[in-house]
Design a protein around this ligand. Structure first.
Ligand SMILES: [Zn+2]
Length: 165
């Protein structure tokens, strides 16, 4: 565990620069519930209890009515590729090729119709428009936390999608 501290890359699947919430420990981040839910395999976001607005990514304050009375709702864990981009050159440090990102359609009944995500466990040319992909959660090296002279490691996870084979 210790040797991973400070270098949060994992087999080319994670970079802090692509993480919307690099410090996800609950002591520092009010959307840590998103990560607690990930650990249970749930893909979630926030819905405003006041006006009903659904945000993605999750928020701590509703962008429509500024209420902070939000609830967590689940999103589908399967979707279809709308379009994808595959990078074979100029790959950020820590990643291997191909580096694949996709717009994913979670279906007409989903609270959030479209999401943008990394696609992992996929060969070059392995997905195309219309292919089915599923949500996947993976471990990320722990993040060191220091607060009030105490130090500990925040266990971390992150998510992506992968082809349904
Ligand atoms: Zn609202």
């Amino acid at each position: 565990m210790t040797e991973n501290i400070g270098t949060p890359f994992l087999e080319g699947r994670y970079s802090p620069t692509l993480d919307l919430w690099p410090i996800e420990a609950k002591e520092f981040n009010r959307i840590h519930t998103f990560y607690d839910n990930l650990k249970e395999g749930k893909y979630t976001t926030t819905k405003c209890k006041g006006c009903g607005h659904i945000s993605y990514p999750p928020r701590v304050i509703c962008p429509e009515c500024y209420s902070d009375d939000l609830e967590w709702i689940e999103l589908p864990t399967k979707g279809k590729v709308i379009t994808c981009v595959e990078k074979l050159i100029a790959i950020p440090i820590g990643f291997g090729e191909p580096l694949i990102d996709a717009w994913i359609d979670l279906g007409k009944d989903s609270p959030v119709r479209h999401v943008f995500s990394r696609v992992i466990n996929c060969e070059s040319g392995g997905i195309k428009e219309g292919d089915e992909v599923r949500f996947v959660v993976f471990d990320v090296p722990g993040h060191p936390i220091e607060m009030r002279k105490e130090k500990w490691i925040a266990e971390r996870v992150f998510f992506a999608f992968e082809p349904v084979s």
